[in-house]
Design a protein. Structure first.
Length: 407
């Protein structure tokens, strides 16, 4: 058994001073104040002193990292798992948009977590049911209908691991697809579309409960045309993702989201892709669906100054950012230091809320007895000193890893 002692622990719903976490194998045995949580005889003790112990971070929208897209196969998925461990992310959903790419993730899910890895908890498909015009750099062709047979092909390929399916309700047959997603027990997410407010609310009636990267690639809020953003901000039935890397959404808009949704209905996501963790440069990877086909094409991406752009666009074009390159720990930092949330609440958006969003909060998302021993050790500035997954220390750094440096 292991006892981790700290002067400050964030569960994240509670803040405990002079606390201890008792870990037995892969799971948390107890969490409490040192004064009334006896450490068993012979127990190994790790005292982190003034450093903060918090739940491991959970990312429900992540395409890849460190030179690998999750769609590239089982080994690429494991590479992502290892890199995410170094960034404090202990659980994640692989975001994969094409049928072929799902195989590797399913293989890893079947085999289970390996040493040094964060844990994949399922698959999020941001794939065939996006409105083409609302994919950066994509064609203006009319969209293909959202075919239930295509959805079922994905459901089958995921072998029970499909957690989230994205759909733009303005596609022909979009509402039907949302109903079917809901009917088959998968979380239906709004993504990449230009629905107006009324259509968005019809999608919610049909069973949509989650909004991907709120504000990005969706109709914005005008006071007479509240759009998807107006619906997302005001409808309590939906959980809103937020890419809080500091580039995708202005801090004031991040603040508006939390003020409207409260602390229960926002979850931070990274939306990272393969360029996360790599130095600035021009990369040639594939990553998008063209013309409704499940084909992948080479697209030149430029990583520079914290963002990734498609080579033929510039940052002044709306939607030109191509995913992100920052793990969600950066979002925790930004919610605290750009928006002004208490650290406890910023952590909650990236742990417990994300776990609830993915329906995995029965075993991860907070520090409490009987949950998996997934935690991070950080300081006040959100520098990362250690990551633990299922009781295994998968990352440790004496100087601390800064969230402000990505490679
Ligand atoms: Zn997206």
């Amino acid at each position: 058994m292991l006892a981790i002692k700290t002067r400050r622990l964030l569960t994240p719903l509670q803040e405990l001073r002079n606390a201890v976490v008792l870990i037995d194998g892969e799971d948390i045995e107890a969490v409490g104040l040192q004064a009334n949580t006896p450490i068993p005889e012979g127990c190994e003790v790790w005292d982190v002193g003034d450093r903060i112990v918090a739940p491991g971070l959970i990312d429900v929208h992540n395409h890849g990292a460190n030179g690998h897209f999750a769609r590239e196969g089982a080994e690429a998925v494991r590479e992502c798992c290892r890199w995410l461990a170094t960034a404090g992310t202990t659980s994640w959903l692989c975001n994969i948009g094409d049928l072929e790419g799902i195989k590797g993730a399913v293989e890893v899910l079947r085999q289970g977590r390996g040493p040094g890895e964060s844990s994949i908890e399922g698959i999020h498909v941001e794939g065939p049911f996006l409105y083409p015009k609302y994919l950066p750099g994509e064609s203006t062709d009319p969209p293909l209908p959202a075919e239930l047979s295509t959805y079922h092909a994905f459901l089958e390929a995921c072998e029970g691991y499909l957690v989230m399916m994205d759909c733009s309700p303005d596609l022909p047959n979009g509402l039907e697809l949302i109903r079917e997603t809901r009917r088959t027990g998968v979380i239906s997410c709004f993504a990449h579309g230009n629905a107006d407010y009324d259509l968005f609310m019809r999608a919610v009636d049909a069973g949509m409960t989650h909004v991907t990267h709120t504000y990005n690639v969706m109709s914005g809020m005008h006071h007479r045309r509240p759009g998807v953003v107006g619906g997302a901000l005001t409808c309590d039935a939906v959980m809103c993702e937020l890419t809080a890397d500091g580039f995708h959404v202005h801090p004031a808009a991040m603040d508006v989201l939390v003020r409207c949704k409260g602390l229960d209905r926002v979850c931070l996501v990274s939306d990272t892709q393969a360029a996360a963790g790599l130095p600035d440069g021009v990369y040639n990877w594939s990553g998008r669906i063209i013309d409704g086909e499940f084909g992948w094409t080479d697209v030149t991406l430029i990583k520079k100054d914290g963002v990734v752009l498609l080579a033929d666009q510039d940052e002044n074009q709306d939607g030109a950012l191509s995913s992100s390159v920052w793990p969600i720990i950066r979002g925790v930092h930004n919610m605290t230091y750009q928006v002004g949330l208490p650290l406890k609440d910023s952590l909650r958006l990236a742990s417990l809320n994300a776990a609830r969003a993915a329906g995995i909060d029965s075993h991860v998302g907070s520090l409490e007895a009987d949950k998996r021993a997934d935690l991070i050790v950080i300081d006040e500035d959100v520098n990362l000193y250690a990551t633990m997954v299922a009781g295994e220390v998968v990352f440790q750094s004496e100087e601390g890893r800064s969230v402000l440096v990505d490679a």
